[in-house]
Ligand binder design. Sequence first.
Ligand code: ADP
Length: 525
Amino acid sequence: MTLTVRAGMLEHDRMNHVFDVLRAITVLCEPEELVELVVNKAQSLLEAAAAVVILRTDQGYRVESASGFDPGAVVGLESDSFRTVQEQLEAMARGGGGWEGFLGVPMVAAGMVIGALCVFGSPRGRFSDEDTQLLSLLADQVSVVLDNARLHQALRRHHQDLYQSHHHVDSRLKTVLEHMADGLLLFGPDGPLLQSNRAARTMLELGQDGTLGVEISVAGPGGWVDCWSLEMLYRLMVAAGPGAMVHLKVDSIGRWYDAVCTPSTTPEGLREYVVLLRDVTHYRRVEDLKASFLSMAAHEIRTPVTAIHGYLSLLLSGRLGDSAPLPGAVTRALQAMQSNVERLLLLISDLLDVTRMDGPGISFNSTAVDVRSLIDEVLEEVSVLAENRHITVKRDVPELGHAFWDQQRVAQVMLNLLSNALKFTPEGGEVEVSAQAGPAALVIRVADSGPGIHPSQHRLVFEPFWRGDHARQTPGSGLGLAICKRIVDAHLGRIWVESQVGAGATFIVELPRRLEQAAVVQQRS
Ligand code: ADP
């Protein structure tokens, strides 16, 4: 922009006015003040009789600020057409002394016309190009500021909306957490209780000061641990590990809870722990009822079925009365009945085992067991089955010394694993039993070349009554592995399967050398 010296106002005076405006932009925070300043400066800089800022509104155009006019009469003047506003202002200007000359420049922000900066009445009768340039400069400055103010306002509104919706979500979340059926405890980094919900306060009968109102028993790897403070509960839950399910019981009120502890990190990087408690008393009761029904039914069925089995054996042996030898067809029918009755007896015995092992009162007797002999005896027992099915059984069992286990029960586990391996492996396949000694435990493996088990079913096979699709054609009750798991658990050992579909299955049992009787009794009670 070139500015020349002109009568009335020197160039540096004009520049000073422009600088005043630029300085004001950085100092004044209210856009209204700035608009007023720009209007004043436009009037004096261009030596005009009057100046106005007209802003575009949703309805049309509106005079925002004025200088040289009677502000009361002009500010707020509006119309849906710019031309009308301009004509009204010019009429007032004529009335105020017949000012000559009008100049208006658009105010543009973000590519949009947001209004106009206008001057009326030049001392020279018309405004020059230089005046236009100056006025445009002022209009540009004020446009930028007004646009920033608009953005700022939009941002503030957005922020307010965000705050309100966050506040809303936060209070909704608090309500949900407070009233949900599961109990919730939030522990700080070193165990202080930071928050609890209504369910947790009821379940644990928490006092105002966060003290436990009941004594809880917590199931740990070594049996039940009595816990009488929240701090102790916190430590036991953290020790169980993130996401591990921990069983709790409150004997005094006869309730059972399952608890899970999950760590979370605060924005400051501190560890907090959320403990969720679920009241499972109802499921426990149903389970107990189911177990006692099964146990009672199995007991009741066993007696008559045993009697039938006895009579069938007598009939088949020809020792019943002085009857003549049975015709072949009758013998075959009786043999079929006998083998079905034997299967029924096996199922009853499994049912009784699984229900007894889930309840109290089962005892495991620890005796010195020669491990290799135990494995050999079981192998001997299944040898006929292996021969019948043309399955090669390999054995890789070194001298392993003695272990202190319930011999009959561990033999039951081995028998079950080997019977399964022989049952599910197609004729002509292979089964291998191997064993090795670790520092504190013995590991026994039963591997087969059968159909294998999909990894998603590796846990399911140990559930009572679960049977895979491939087992449909094979007799069985789905209880064998559930019983194995209970026996191994009672010995504080582990049992699991490693397998892929089509690649055989390997069942692995890890048993500590000593069955700790005390721990077993404690765990079961
Ligand atoms: P059952 O043998 O009476 O069906 P188990 O509890 O012993 O009951 O086994 C449960 C299920 O696990 C079986 O029905 C079968 O689907 C699967 N399973 C067990 N052992 C094997 C094995 N060696 N190979 C393939 N699947 C097996």
